[in-house]
Design a protein around this ligand. Structure first.
Ligand SMILES: C[S@@+](CC[C@H](N)C(=O)[O-])C[C@H]1O[C@@H](n2cnc3c(N)ncnc32)[C@H](O)[C@@H]1O
Length: 275
């Protein structure tokens, strides 16, 4: 019998979608990310609350893409904390991602998981062993970044957050962060304007009733946000070697898309900047 309730807004509920995608990936014959903790957390939520993850009807393409982008972002973080063992990692819109466990940062790294209070409460419940600092805030609020140390190199990551922030609030937030933090890097999964717009029509997102959307096409665009960002790399994930592990027919379709840069940009891409 479910003993608890999940009270999440539609935007917050999207965290279950990405969590479940990583959970499904972990039980696939050829996992791309391989995150068994994600599956354990999803199982516990289903037991506690009766949440029906199957209703999300996740397509294999979404499972593979979510797992792959998580792995690529982990890799960027891993490189940063290897060269900056005193770094601060800031995971914006962290949801119930088990990224800290996957990245296993050295003790000198300060890890900050940022999301709405309803979500940080869930993290306390379902990821009690994480040693992260939880920052319970709406990231579009102006002063929350004061919760972060301002004297250490910072790795900012935003996995699946961009399309949920209305208007230009994503860039305003990044401007505030880079003004506070002395130096560092930003990594996110980018959405083109079309991809962000089209996401509203994704059956799951539509069912959750979400319509905020934002994206940008040119990976250099954030260099003009007055946030001191310089593009380090744009990775088009249609061309990643891990696509070999995608199930068919997703693999064949992804390889077809990989032939065109314009098409690949509409799929998942990792954007990496320094400031
Ligand atoms: C698609 S989920 C991704 C969660 C997580 N990054 C992952 O990969 O599993 C989007 C997350 O962004 C958070 N989010 C959206 N808008 C936000 C805001 N204004 N302030 C804080 N968090 C926000 C949601 O609560 C949710 O956890």
């Amino acid at each position: 019998m479910p003993s608890r309730q999940l009270s999440l807004s539609p935007v917050q509920e999207t965290l279950l979608l990405t969590l479940y995608a990583r959970a499904l990936d972990s039980t696939a014959p050829n996992p791309i990310l391989g995150d068994p903790l994600a599956a354990a957390v999803a199982d516990r939520i289903a037991e506690d609350t009766g949440y029906d993850f199957a209703k999300l009807k996740l397509k294999p393409s979404l499972v593979a893409g979510t797992a792959l982008r998580a792995g690529k972002l982990d890799h960027v973080i891993h490189q940063f904390i290897t060269t900056h063992p005193d770094a601060v990692v800031v995971d914006l819109g962290c949801g119930l991602d088990t990224r800290l466990a996957r990245c296993a940062p050295p003790a000198g790294v300060g890890w900050y998981d940022v999301d709405f209070p309803e979500v940080t409460d869930l993290r306390r419940r379902y990821l009690p062993d994480d040693r992260s600092h939880l920052v319970a805030t709406d990231v579009t609020e102006p002063h929350w970044a004061r919760a972060l140390p301002h004297d250490r190199p910072a790795m900012i990551v935003a996995d699946g957050l961009l399309p949920f922030l209305p208007g230009d609030s994503f860039q305003t937030m990044i401007r505030q962060l880079t003004a506070r933090l002395p130096t560092g890097e930003l990594a996110l999964n980018g959405y083109t304007r079309f991809a962000a717009w089209a996401m509203k029509y994704h059956p799951t997102i539509k069912a959750l009733g979400i319509d905020a959307a934002q994206g940008f096409d040119d990976p250099h665009e954030p260099e003009h946000w007055n946030a001191g960002l310089t593009l380090v790399a744009e990775q088009l994930l249609t061309r990643a070697p891990e696509v070999a592990a995608f199930p068919q027919p997703v693999r064949a379709l992804t390889r077809l898309m990989a032939r065109s840069t314009a098409m690949s940009r509409q799929g998942t891409r990792i954007l990496h900047y320094r400031f």
